[in-house]
Design a protein around this ligand. Structure first.
Ligand SMILES: NC(=O)c1ccc[n+]([C@@H]2O[C@H](COP(=O)([O-])OP(=O)(O)OC[C@H]3O[C@@H](n4cnc5c(N)ncnc54)[C@H](OP(=O)(O)O)[C@@H]3O)[C@@H](O)[C@H]2O)c1
Length: 233
């Protein structure tokens, strides 16, 4: 999508162009040299580099009724939110569910996407990942060698995703969807929520933000939505 997709599900438009560009520049998908395999990290075979953060932020656009998605897509189109999502997450690691990844339809340029799925990598590659040339047992693949790089990593559980994401150092975001926000909830330290002033029909929901557990630390009101940050009390 043009500005951003991972608010996912918005049918990919602009990042699609980014991926095509990346593929043209970087050739076919290849395993990432020097990047530990997710399974190695989860098994403790690779230690995390210095500088890793213990913050974990969920980033989401949420309607007044808690809706975040409808039939695999987004119930609204807010270009400014997409632009901000891209700016905030550029260079970071994003943990997302397989449904969200497939709704985006491609890797998010300049970020590492850690995709949680019980589906074998070969099945994922057939659908959304394209022609990933990753040897059996190595679930790390790279789309481009850019700076920051564009990567897609397949893992089998949220815990494995978190361990792997933290091993890379730098900021880690949980980018949805509903199932993955739920799995992440007890680990989250921060919420970066775009409060959308709409209450659309939907089938995917953000967990309730309990004021006893979360304190609002900033609010940037716009026309029809607000960027709101919360920290865990
Ligand atoms: N508004 C926003 O900011 C935002 C952000 C992201 C997404 N969304 C929306 O949210 C919706 C998608 O959310 P969703 O809840 O349906 O799907 P999801 O959370 O994106 O992905 C669900 C998938 O994650 C995998 N998974 C879940 N639990 C797992 C576990 N314990 N172990 C291993 N894998 C596990 C499964 O993949 P397999 O089936 O492959 O095993 C499952 O089907 C879409 O409508 C999307 O547009 C909105």
């Amino acid at each position: 999508m043009n500005d951003e997709t991972a608010r996912a599900g918005a049918t990919a438009t602009s990042e699609v162009g980014g991926a095509a560009e990346a593929t043209a520049a970087g050739g076919s998908l290849t395993p990432v040299e020097g990047l530990p395999g997710a399974a190695d990290v989860a098994n403790g075979l690779t230690s995390a580099p210095a500088g890793q953060t213990d913050r974990l932020t969920a980033i989401a656009a949420v309607g007044r009724n808690g809706v975040i998605g409808s039939r695999g897509g987004m119930p609204w189109h807010i270009a400014e939110d997409w632009r901000r999502f891209k700016a905030v997450t550029m260079g970071a690691t994003l943990i997302m569910g397989r449904v969200t990844f497939e709704s985006i339809g491609q890797a998010l340029v300049g970020r590492t996407s850690v995709v949680v799925s019980r589906t074998p990598l070969s099945d994922l590659t057939d659908s959304a990942m394209g022609d990933v040339d990753a040897p059996s047992g190595d679930c790390v693949s790279e789309v481009t060698q850019g700076d920051p790089p564009t990567r897609v990593v397949h893992v089998g559980s949220f815990d494995e995703a978190l361990t792997f994401a933290r091993s890379l150092g730098g900021a880690v975001f949980v980018a949805g969807g509903a199932q993955i926000y739920q799995l992440a909830w007890s680990h989250l330290t921060d919420l970066d929520v775009t409060q959308v002033d709409q209450a659309p029909d939907g089938d995917a929901f953000f967990p309730a933000i309990d004021p006893a557990c979360w304190v609002e630390v900033s609010r940037d009101q716009r026309d029809g939505f607000a960027f709101v940050r919360y920290s865990r009390r």
